[in-house]
Ligand binder design. Structure first.
Ligand SMILES: C[S@@+](CC[C@H](N)C(=O)[O-])C[C@H]1O[C@@H](n2cnc3c(N)ncnc32)[C@H](O)[C@@H]1O
Length: 497
């Protein structure tokens, strides 16, 4: 990772109300430094017992002791990670009584590791350094959204901890789960409510949690998706079963409880029998779903600025990609609209388009849109949203259920195509080589909008685009969509030389 010195802060061209300069009051920059030691440094020499002395510990024993101490510290921190309301207060009291120690940074929740200084997480520093080292340096203003209650989707593994079912995230690279996810300040409060409801319900119905070590158990994951307008939850239970197996009585009971819960919007079962070496939560098989209750999809209209002349009712069934921080992602879409060529006649091709979250918001700025994605479940969602558009816009968009690689193989970006603007929003691994090659060769395309959630892959793709001498970076902006995590979303606009 690039740890070169901090670049100078630059002021972006963006509206000050949405861009959070590093020292703005909404940035917790006055908070103590993440790494500021609360205990003396371990550099002090101590007289350790030598081999053969009483109390001597071998290097392995010392290492284990350090590990145990760290685990204990993390546990204490976890208690301090806090959340909304009473839970947090009672934990604070407990910690104070025990040790008179302030609850600290809260690494117990991996999503909250950098919450004191979200603009100082390693990847943001690395991105700032990267853009300041281009020739000439590229301004990289950063927008920071709300620090709490922003998460509208949470995919949580289910495990049994001390005999109780818990839903929580694993510490990166470990099998240790943060069992207090129902206190996460990042979650929409309805997610936290739903976690508690599920944990209690699973206990009462004696649902068996998935066991990684032997692949036993019934429930692997739960996906909580918030309908912000209705303040209700779409719940998907990911089961360690095949669809032809009978549903155990425990899950039948749990489904009944959930259906009777006033905050439930809809309930889905997804059958994804354990496969030792697969971490994928979902499979694409159309037969692996059972819709038990409520609407097919959450309908969401993003809170766009008033200048947006029409609204888009996006559809989110549980088996499509949805931005976890839809409100903050709206700022990216607004900027893409502002950065679109003025002519309004552009032909746009969108790769990795999901349900059309970006593309469907560009229809007044273009003459046609071909949106595409490899997930077959997007097609209906996209077409349902199109049906509700103003009549004059409905003819502009169409959808191709194709991977980005197949889109280019089918000639959507070849040297003869008439595309003016290409929009890509790939997963973390970035664009495939053949996609970058096609974007380079599609001479008609004059503007490339690249929305990136994987910064390292973006740097690789930027290099490939620039090294051919066909594209130059015009605009780069950062968006902290997951405050507290080591993540940054980058919006980059390239123009053809
Ligand atoms: C980061 S999401 C962005 C989706 C959309 N732009 C949005 O904001 O909701 C990436 C999308 O790429 C899709 N995807 C992943 N690999 C792909 C590939 N090789 N070709 C096409 N789509 C792919 C996923 O299904 C997902 O919808």
């Amino acid at each position: 990772m690039d740890n070169s010195p901090k670049p100078k802060r630059r002021r972006g061209r963006r509206d000050e109300s949405t861009t959070t300069p590093p020292k703005s009051s909404s940035s917790p920059s006055s908070a103590p430094k993440e790494n500021s030691p609360s205990a003396p440094k371990s550099g002090r020499k101590r007289d350790l017992p030598k081999k053969g002395d009483e109390g001597y510990l071998s290097p392995t024993q010392l290492r284990n002791r350090r590990k145990r101490k760290k685990q204990k510290r993390d546990k204490d921190d976890d208690a301090g990670a806090g959340g909304d309301g009473e839970g947090e207060k009672s934990e604070e009291v407990k910690v104070k009584k025990k040790k008179k120690k302030k609850p600290t940074k809260g690494p117990g929740n991996p999503d909250q590791k950098y919450i004191r200084q979200p603009l100082k997480c390693p990847i943001v520093l690395s991105a700032q350094s990267h853009f300041s080292s281009t020739t000439p340096p590229t301004p990289y203003p950063i927008t920071l959204g709300p620090l709490t209650r922003w998460r509208n989707i949470s995919k949580l593994p289910c495990r049994s901890i001390n005999g109780s079912i818990k839903f929580g995230l694993f510490q990166p690279g470990t099998h240790s789960m943060n069992a207090k996810s129902s206190q996460s300040p990042a979650h929409h409060p309805k997610i936290n409510e739903a976690i508690l409801f599920m944990e209690k319900g699973c206990g009462e119905c004696e649902v068996k949690a998935y066991e990684e070590k032997d692949g036993e158990g019934e429930l692997k994951f739960v996906i909580f998706n918030i309908d912000r307008k209705e303040e209700k939850v779409q719940i998907t239970l990911v089961l360690n079963l095949t669809k032809d197996e009978e549903l155990p009585a425990s899950l039948v009971e749990l489904s009944k409880k959930l259906k009777a819960w006033e905050s439930l919007s809809s309930l889905f079962l997804h059958y994804n029998k354990a496969w030792k070496h697969s971490n994928a939560i979902f499979n694409f098989s159309p037969d692996s779903w059972n819709h038990l209750h409520g609407p097919q999809a959450i309908v969401e209209t993003l809170p766009m600025k008033e200048e947006m002349p029409y609204s888009v009712n996006l559809r989110f069934p549980p088996n499509v990609f949805r931005q976890a921080n839809g409100v903050a992602f709206t700022k990216i879409i607004e900027r893409v609209r502002e950065l679109m060529p003025e002519r309004g006649k552009s032909q746009v091709v969108e790769l990795y388009g999901g349900v059309g979250t970006i593309g469907l918001h560009l229809l007044d700025k273009c003459s046609s849109l071909i949106s595409s994605d490899e997930n077959p479940n997007n097609v209906k969602a996209f077409n349902d949203a199109v049906k509700e558009l103003p009549k004059k816009l409905r003819k502009k968009p169409r959808y191709e259920q194709l991977s980005a690689e197949d889109m280019v193989k089918q000639g959507h970006l070849n040297s003869e195509s008439k595309v003016d603007v290409v929009v890509v929003d790939p997963p973390r691994k970035g664009c495939d080589d053949v996609v970058i090659k096609a974007i380079n060769e599609c001479a008609a395309a004059k503007t490339l909008v690249y929305v990136s959630c994987g910064f390292e892959a973006f740097v690789r793709d930027q290099k490939s685009l620039e090294e051919e001498g066909k594209w130059r970076l015009k605009v780069a902006e950062g968006f902290v969509l997951f405050p507290g995590a080591d993540a940054v979303e980058t919006l980059a606009v390239f123009e053809r030389y």
